[in-house]
Design a protein around this ligand. Structure first.
Ligand code: 4AD
Ligand code: MG
Length: 430
């Protein structure tokens, strides 16, 4: 009977076949210990010469790491075994040999591993991270679907910038047009929210970021909700709800993965709403008190975020940045027009921004003025201006980067491990 390792507990005492790959092999004179993985887990198959006979035992002598094989045997509960079970092998069949597998249990440098990312993802640690990523994505979808949000896809080829013109990737669009890979689905999301009330888009986004930091990819996945008739406070509460529910789901379903990653889950248990809130002005004061040189009125840099986020034991919100450091579509605070009705949610433990969003500028004249100030081509935004011409309403939303979220939840050093094939300044292969 063919079974998956993840389900092995249901087959105690039974004869089963596992289809997988050889992760590791140790042999003594009379025993082979074969660690087999099948994508759902790892299990040790014990093959004794006495049980299988000389011929089969000798054939197992030279199996290399990552040989694809099927192992048949009896499932046996064993409290010393990692997953609680072992298999007493009675036979095996090789499908594809593997010699000199490039990734061995010894330490490899990260560039070496990234060049072999297509193989690196087979390791226990990488599969654990990718499972957490899957859980995060699945929890995100459930969160919005269960709250009446409509998934409404936004285009990847776009005619204009959303998040500033310096990080656009141009694409030749037939003979005489330049298109840009989307930086965010937000602008289309706003149109969709005027049609459907509450929407979200979820897809890959692109930024020609020349920054070589642990937080930046050039291609990343972002989920973006957008809500009609919503103000800054509604958006903050939505962000809190999303993060708490994603973290709770991973804690519930991916304990084993977090444990393998040696993640201190006590830090994640603390993630409950409401999150601490501070304004940009309060944040800058906090930075100064910590001795961080910071020029008031500028954007928070990577190190500023790190310093701030080391002060908190749960995610926190920074609101009311100066309008001048934020995108053209931000609504100014009527009480202090030089500040924007915006929010960044920063993850604790040094991780920094995982969510950015806020209330949108819903006034036609002011939006036109902003487009001019930002030197953006008005033509390309005529459709977006229509949303202010035909029944404008207060509205808002945010974007959450999946990789940054996974990186924090797993407490990784770098976002590159959170996506199967990371794209970065110097990385386009494999
Ligand atoms: O703060 P950002 O630029 O906001 C927007 O794009 C808005 N239009 C979203 C919206 O309101 N609908 O990006 C949002 C999030 C960041 O908080 C971060 O998590 C992630 O996207 N992000 C990146 N993740 C990885 N690599 C990069 N280069 C990223 N840039 C942004
Ligand atoms: Mg941002």
């Amino acid at each position: 009977m063919r079974v998956y390792i993840a389900d092995i507990a249901e087959y105690d005492g039974q004869d089963v076949t596992i289809h997988g790959w050889l992760h590791n092999r140790r042999s003594s004179g009379k025993l082979h210990f074969l660690i087999v993985r099948d994508g759902t887990g790892f299990i040790q198959a014990v093959m004794s010469k006495a049980a299988v006979g000389d011929e089969i035992f000798t054939r197992a002598d030279h199996l290399g790491q990552e040989t694809s094989l099927s192992v048949t045997g009896t499932v046996r509960a064993d409290t010393r075994a990692k997953g609680g079970y072992e298999i007493d092998a009675t036979s095996f069949e090789v499908h594809g040999e593997s010699h000199d597998y490039p990734i061995t249990p010894k330490e490899h440098g990260v560039d070496y591993l990234l060049d072999r990312r297509h193989l690196w993802i087979r390791t226990e640690r990488q599969t654990a991270i990718l499972r957490v990523r899957h859980e995060v994505i699945s929890a995100v979808r459930d969160f919005f679907n269960n709250r009446g949000f409509i998934l409404c896809d936004t285009p990847i080829f776009t005619p204009a910038a959303c998040e500033g013109t310096t990080t656009l990737f141009p694409v030749q669009y037939f003979e005489d047009t330049t298109a840009y890979l989307t930086q965010s689905g937000q602008l289309y999301n706003e149109a969709n929210a005027m049609a459907l009330g509450k929407v979200y888009c979820f897809g890959p986004t692109f930024r020609a970021e020349k920054s070589k930091t642990r937080r930046h990819l050039t291609e990343f996945w972002m989920v973006e909700p957008e809500v009609a008739y919503a103000g800054l406070n509604d958006i903050i509460e939505l962000a809190e709800g999303l993060i708490t529910s994603v973290v709770a789901r991973v804690l519930d379903k991916r304990k084993a993965e977090l444990q393998l990653l040696e993640r201190d889950t006590a830090m994640l248990e603390r993630v409950t709403a409401p999150f601490p809130r501070l304004t940009y002005d309060e944040a800058t004061k906090m930075l100064r008190d910590k001795g961080q040189p910071f020029e008031h009125g500028t954007d928070l840099g990577g190190t500023d975020e790190t310093v701030l986020s080391e002060q908190f034991d749960r995610p926190f919100c920074v609101t009311h940045y100066p309008g001048s450091v934020k995108a053209f579509y931000m609504k100014p605070d009527p009480q202090q027009p030089d500040k924007a009705l915006c929010v960044d949610v920063l993850a604790p433990e040094g991780y920094g921004e995982i969510i950015g969003g806020g209330q949108r500028l819903d006034d036609l004249d002011l939006l036109l003025k902003r487009i001019k100030e930002h030197d953006l081509p008005q033509d390309a935004f005529e459709w977006y201006l229509d949303l202010r011409r035909y029944g404008t309403v207060p509205h808002g939303g945010f974007g959450m980067g999946i990789e940054r979220c996974v990186s924090w939840i797993c407490k990784l050093e770098h976002v590159r491990e959170t996506i199967p094939y990371p794209r970065m300044l110097y990385r386009l292969y494999p």
